[in-house]
Ligand binder design. Structure first.
Ligand code: PLP
Length: 490
């Protein structure tokens, strides 16, 4: 253990001090707190010098892994690098200092940015209108499903209480449906990883509110029968919901609106330049096709004839209801705007293409060491099903997907998504994204090959990994359910 791995409390020395405050901040003003709210003993704060505090926090920050420190091939979630200029744009005082209750006439620039972002998202997805109200992907799903329910309710069709979700779907899809009061009906995938259209047909009927899908699906495969699927769902009276949390493979290449989807959400905090993870802030704008726009939550920004922007804040009669305050997480929308402008119409199509190329490059380079359950071209991500040779022998169990993921940490790479989707027992889901250089992809491939060799030779080496991280194999359930975040003195 390094000296500075110590907790700041352990570095504490009574009387040591790293700050000084003036006696009274305001001359002649010395407020006396009433006796009953004053503490009787001094708080147990660490007593350290300024340099110790600086080192403490700097070292803590170094124990964290982020896309700014290394490659992060996390499937389904697009942990891609976000250009720093987008942060700078969002931090401009003109945007930071607006107040949501300000007169719209005094925040025309901000409204214009929101309006133009909405138009850009509509153009990229083939939807008619978007709302920025939802503050996360799952929040967007809930909002979109509320729109779907409202659509049926307005037509007096109250029997539609079920929503169809493929078995490969992101876990938030069935969860959002349940929160929205809809019953989830699972449609299974075929062995080739695509939705089984023959299994879908008998599920369709007058009780189906709609179907949720993502395309390319969570296995990174393009649902080729999407046209037929959308036609079947529409014919039974349902709506098609597109989970666009991961828009990376489609950006500038294909549009959910053209595939027959009616309602969708995007995760600006994945594909559009806000870091994803750590619990926010996020933005999950919901878009709808023409004819459904009145069902969206307000406010909506409208452009007047004279070029000025207005906020329609009163909820419309048809609206599915409010899901957040004001315009949602404005800072995230600003980053998305800067990002879209940065790429421009000319370059936005490179996102999907390079994301796809990178994923296929890694897949092909590793498929002789790792089981590839669904061969062929993938889109932005793909799934391995563990090692081909896991090294299992007399008395020593073979190396698992968890072991591979832990061993990767020793080489400075973040682990991919593991054990998801549930279709494969040893799933390793890799999404390299479009921003990584060929050298980084090659370095990752070399390490994955080395780990496969190690597994074949000495699986115990992998069982004991990571060898270099401060914490190796915590009880993950316990760590998530009962995290110990406080220092107990003594
Ligand atoms: C990340 C993700 C979501 C959920 O988004 P959150 O912002 O984490 O709620 C939903 N669907 C897919 C496919 C995703 O990748």
């Amino acid at each position: 253990m390094k000296y500075y791995d110590k907790l700041v409390f352990e570095l504490s020395k009574p009387g040591r001090c790293g700050f000084s405050l003036p006696e009274h901040v305001v001359e002649g003003y010395a407020p006396e707190l009433p006796e009953r709210v004053r503490r009787t003993e001094a708080p147990a704060l660490p007593e350290v010098s300024e340099v110790d505090v600086v080192r403490h926090y700097t070292n803590l920050s170094q124990m964290n892994f982020g896309v700014d420190t290394g490659f992060y091939p996390l499937g389904s979630c697009t942990m891609k690098y976000n250009p720093k200029i987008d942060e700078e744009m969002a931090a401009l005082p003109a945007f930071q200092e607006v107040h949501p209750l300000q007169d719209p006439a005094t925040m025309q620039g901000t409204l214009r940015v929101c309006y133009e972002t909405e138009r850009a998202l509509a153009a990229l997805t083939g939807m008619k209108h978007f709302t920025f109200a939802p503050c996360a992907g799952a929040h967007g799903e809930l909002t979109g499903l509320m729109v779907m329910r409202r659509y049926h309710a307005l037509r007096g069709d109250t029997a539609r209480t079920k929503v169809i979700v493929p078995d490969s779907a992101h876990g938030t899809n069935p969860a959002s449906a349940a929160v929205c009061g809809l019953e989830v009906v699972v449609v299974k995938s075929r062995p080739d990883g695509l939705v089984d259209v023959d299994a879908l047909r008998p599920l369709l009927g007058p009780d189906i509110a709609g179907m949720m899908m993502t395309n390319p699906n969570t296995l990174g495969l393009f649902e080729r029968e999407i046209g037929e699927i959308a036609a079947l769902v529409h014919a039974c009276g349902g709506l098609m919901y597109y989970d666009g949390a991961n828009m990376n493979p489609l950006l500038g290449v294909a549009r959910p609106g053209d595939m027959g989807f009616d309602v969708m959400h995007l995760n600006l905090h994945k594909s559009f330049s806000t870091p994803h993870g750590g619990g926010g802030p996020g933005s999950g704008p919901v878009g709808v096709r023409e004819g459904l726009e009145e069902l969206l939550p307000r406010p909506r920004i409208v452009r007047r004839e004279d070029g000025h922007f207005d906020l329609l804040s009163e909820p419309s009669e048809a609206s599915a209801g409010r899901v957040s305050a004001f315009l949602g997480n404005l800072g995230v929308v600003l980053r998305a705007y800067a990002y879209i402008r940065l790429l421009g119409r000319e370059h936005v199509g490179e996102v999907g293409r390079y994301a796809t190329l990178s994923a296929n490059y890694i897949k092909e380079a590793l498929k002789d060491c790792y089981k590839l359950p669904i061969p062929g071209l993938c889109k932005h991500e793909f799934v391995f099903d563990g090692l081909i040779n896991d090294g299992a022998r007399e008395g020593v169990p073979g190396a698992t997907t968890l072991d591979v993921a832990k061993r990767l940490l020793d080489f400075g790479f973040h682990a991919p998504t593991i054990y998801f989707p549930l279709l494969f027992h040893q799933a390793i889901m890799i999404e390299p994204t479009e921003t990584e250089s060929l050298e980084t992809l090659d370095a990752f491939i070399a390490v994955m090959r080395q780990i496969a060799e190690e597994a074949a030779r000495d699986p115990q080496l992998l069982h004991d990994a990571p060898h270099t991280a401060p914490i190796g194999r915590p009880d993950e359930t316990l760590a998530a359910r009962q995290p110990v975040l406080r220092y107990a003195k003594g």
